[in-house]
Structure formats: C-alpha cells, structure tokens
Design a binder for this molecule. Structure first.
Ligand code: UDP
Ligand code: MG
Length: 317
C-alpha cells in the first residue's frame, strides 16, 4: 500500500457468551492483524478491543487473561445488546485512533476485506460499509426476511445499505457525528447512512458460524427489525391515519346505503354482518393502538435518559 500516513486502527469485537468460539477467533484474527502490521497497512499503535456484553460464560475470563500488548478489553456490567456494546467500544476510544472497524467475533464477516476498507479510507472515505454479496451460508428464511426488511425500510423512506450489517470502518469524523445521536434504541445500520459523509462499499461472502449459536433467534431478530422501523420512521402512524380515514368513509357509505334501504322499506338482515364489522374494526383499532403504543414505549424509554451501557471493568494498554 502506497501511503504516507498509515492509520492507527482499532478493531472492535462485541462478544456475548462466545466462549466456544473466542479462542479460535482470536488466533485467526491475530494472525491477520499481524499481517496488516507487517504489510504497513496499519500503524504499530493499532489495537484490538473486545467488548464483553455481560456474558454469563467464560468470555471475560478468556479476554482478560490475554496478556497481549495489542489487546484492550471492556466488560459491560450487564447484557446491553450488540448495538450498545459497539457504542461502548467506539465511545471509549473516541479520537484515540484514526479508523475504527466493528466486526462480529464469530468472524462470519470476512475480515480480509479490511484491506479494501483501509484502501477506501486512504482515498478519503469517512465510512466504508461491508456488504454481503453472497449470503448462501444464511438460511433461506434469514435471507428472505432480510430482503423484505430492506425493501420495507426503503418503502418507508429510511436509508439503509442493503445486505450491510455492522461490519464497517469509520474515521473520527464519522464517529464524532455518530456520537451526536443520543437515542436509546440504537440501530446503527440506519444511523450511519443518516449521517451521510463520504462513503464506499466493499463486498464479501458471508461465512458460516463455526461454533456456538446465533444470538439473534427469530424473536430477537423480529424485535430488532421492529425497533429499526419505529426508530426511523413515523410512516406507520400515518398509515393508521389513512386506514382510519378510509374506514370512516366506508362506514359513511355503508350507513347511507342502509338508510336508503330502510326508507325503501327493505329489512337488512343478519347478525353476521354486524359481528363481522365489529370484529373487523375492533381488529383495526387494536392494531392501531399497538402501533401507537410502540412509539409511546420508545418515548418513555428515551425520556428516562438512562445510560445506554455501563462499564464494569476496562483493560487498556
Ligand atoms: N452480541 C453482543 N450482545 C448481544 C448479542 C450479540 O455483543 O446481546 C455479539 C455476538 O457475540 C457477536 C455479534 O454480536 O459477536 C453478532 O451476534 P451473532 O453472531 O449471534 O448474530 P448473527 O450473526 O447470527 O446475526
Ligand atoms: Mg454471527
């Protein structure tokens, strides 16, 4: 790589109950990290930071026993979630490095593209997004649901990078912009595109998780997606408004028709139509209240202004 100012890089790994995979991942990544140093892609002050997101297994034991000058470690006091673990890592080292890469510790995202990311960084990009151009290792359901999610976000007018998760490189400009986003419900993959700045994409093949299980089972994935939607768009509220208007119009039409029938002396029969209408509108109303409730819940959690994570221990070298 031809360059005068080699960046000081920090690679942040969020870890939650990853004892099964950690030792192997560390070994693999350290070899790669050394090759980056040897190839002068990164400065010798570059570091790796593990953020233990309140694991209940031996994750912290493994991380804290790493007696290695390259390793920094943060232990959160509880399980705050993947997004907040990433925030903790980035915020702790804000302005102390030139570039920051976030990467899942199961190494499903091919770390070798960090070289391409660094190249884009050198060319002046503030954010470089890792994009999965081959997701054949993900289940059919995960691929399809992700695809639907991205197109729904687009329909709502929320900017996301299709097939990008949280594997990205940012510089200090992007990091400082990001730290201005004070929301409780973090959804980084829509926050960074909302920042704007200069960005680029790099592509890779998503690999299979080799050990341990995904921390995003269906329920958590659905709630994460729901959080993304309600954190970034108020269009679902507008949808309720339109549904309400539409059903009011419908009921006026129906009422006029019924009145005419009555005046003509025709008897309108049946409890079935009454029950069906009550159930239909009951359903719509409950659904609408549920959506409004989601937003109120978010406001409630936001106004409490609680810390988004708490650090129990830090090892900084
Ligand atoms: N993770 C975390 N806190 C959590 C859940 C997950 O720090 O509450 C970490 C996890 O250890 C991994 C990354 O976030 O490094 C992504 O999780 P996972 O691989 O289970 O997600 P998937 O790849 O299945 O979407
Ligand atoms: Mg994974």
């Amino acid at each position: 790589m031809v360059n005068q100012n080699i960046p000081k890089l920090l690679v942040i790994f969020p870890c939650y109950n990853e004892e099964k995979i950690l030792t192997n991942s560390i070994q693999k990544f350290f070899d790669f990290f050394d090759s980056l140093l040897a190839g002068n892609y990164i400065a010798k002050e570059s570091r790796i930071c593990f953020v233990d997101d309140g694991s209940s297994d031996n994750t912290w034991k493994i991380i804290s026993s790493l007696d290695d000058y390259r390793v920094n470690a943060i232990k959160l006091s509880n399980n705050f979630g993947h997004q907040k673990a990433l925030l903790a890592g980035m915020e702790t080292f804000n302005n102390q490095f030139d570039a920051y890469v976030t990467l899942d510790v199961d190494l499903q995202d091919d770390f070798r593209v960090i070289i391409d990311m660094l190249e884009k960084y050198q060319q002046g990009c503030d954010i470089v997004y890792g994009v999965r151009d081959d997701r054949s290792s993900d289940s059919f359901f995960k691929r399809k649901s992700a695809q639907k999610f991205y197109s729904f976000m687009e329909f709502l007018g929320v900017k996301t990078i299709v097939n990008h998760a949280d594997f990205r490189l940012i510089n200090n400009k992007a990091l400082n912009s990001f730290l201005n986003f004070q929301e409780t419900h973090l959804f980084l993959r829509a926050i960074f595109p909302a920042i704007g700045l200069e960005y680029a994409l790099v592509y890779y093949k998503r690999l299979k998780r080799e050990e341990g299980e995904s921390k995003y089972p269906l329920k958590k994935m659905a709630s994460f997606a729901g959080d993304g939607i309600t954190s970034f768009s108020v269009k679902p509220l507008r949808f309720i408004l339109i549904t309400g208007l539409f059903s009011t119009l419908l009921s006026i039409l129906f009422f006029s028709w019924a009145l005419i029938q009555l005046l003509l002396g025709n008897v309108i029969q049946g409890w079935f139509s009454v029950i069906a209408t009550i159930m239909f509108f009951g359903g719509i109303q409950t659904f609408a209240i549920g959506i409004i409730g989601e937003y109120i819940g978010k406001i409630f959690l936001q106004v409490k202004n609680r810390p988004r994570y708490l650090i129990a221990e830090k090892i900084i070298r």
